[in-house]
Design a protein around this ligand. Sequence first.
Ligand code: G3H
Length: 482
Amino acid sequence: LVNGELKKWTGKTTPVYSTISSTADYAPTLLGSIPFMGEAEALEAVEAAHDAYDNGQGLWPTMKVADRIKCMENFVSQMKSTREEVVKLLMWEIGKTLGDSEKEFDRTVEYIYDTIESLKELNSRSAHFSKVQGIHAMVRRGPLGVVLCLGPYNYPLNETFSLLIPALIMGNPVIFKPAKHGVLLISPLLEAFRSSFPKGAINILYGRGREVATPVMQSGKVDLLALIGNSKSAIALQDQHPNKNRLRLILGLEAKNPAIILPDADLDLAIQECITGALSFNGQRCTALKVLYVHESIASEFNTRFAAKVDELKFGNPWEKGVMLTPLPEVEKPNYIQELIDDAIAKGAKVINAKGGQKTENSIFPAVVFPVNKDMRVYHEEQFGPIVPILTFKDIQEPLNDMAESNYGQQVSLFGKDIKTIAPLIDTLVNLVCRVNLNSSCQRGPDVFPFTGRKDSAVATLSIHDALRSFSIRTFVASKDN
Ligand code: G3H
């Protein structure tokens, strides 16, 4: 989709496979193919977005907020009719369970409606600064320019749209490249995008990052890079921009969210929350619990019960009832998890659940690894997959020191009952991460909550309200009281 036109593709294509297999030998299923685009198409998209912006004078950035909202309403009403197809593709392309795929679709529709409401509110509140020294200021929010938007494979719809929708509705023309996995599911939405927005406002490119995103950045015509994924890609893309100082960034990156389980924690609750926190969608969430700190006085009981519960989790295809663990879209992931297990074992840990590390062709059963120490790769690396490292602590200062030393700072889960212990801890934790979850696992939602992180975990803040601010700039009219 470039410059308001759905181009017919006659060039080279790339096949898209699913790791879900319908055959006994686990042969990957061919789902379809996508155009293999390159520099020419990338530059066409950049020109279209650049012209649509026209230094802030184009149709889209100057359109009245109420009219931009109408375009978005038109889009979302068309999008709703694609539910069945998109949900099916979410299951096949990334292995997300039926329930979670439906949730992802519905959450995205709701996200768009809530964004519209939030923008109406923001707009009607065009702040009137109180008069200072006889000068009034009427503040508005204006677009920032051309946005390159890249989303992650684990939420190819919801999280991608948590960048794309606010970017667009604030008047910024967008160039969007879908993730490698979760790419086909964008196709049913192309016509809705085409018919809802003026030409050049939204441009969609298929292809590999280095083939299309690199030339887009090298053109120097991108004003804002919006990416949810890994810092390596974010840094590589920033480096391609000829004028890095001018490039704005909205980034959602890696995290290594810990859970801290205090001696008086409700163990049933802590175990349940740590299981969903660490292993829902096979641990492929930036918000997943990626390391557990259990107080030494309860470690033996926690570990035994946690390991047994993990072994009860059901593995299967996404549409099967009661399934939580599914085939992994990244075919190399089971080997990577195995490497982490081997490294931890070589350095003195054990896999403490009976099924941990059992492999099939397209997955690996979650491994609970204990006792983990700082020499192990699984302590440092963001596993983004089915492995749960456990450490014990004697003094609460130990996990706090680790968090302070960590390169990440997104969220933490704290399990305990005594408010006298918890309250001062919260004051410390909020300066180490951005969200403290009390007796519950880490997560991004509800989408009205600010979503961000410290250090290498994020740049800027997302959420229904915050994203509208992150994707815009405050401008104002000052007038003298005369
Ligand atoms: O991958 C990171 C996502 O933001 C996780 O979102 O907490 O809603 O699963 P979630």
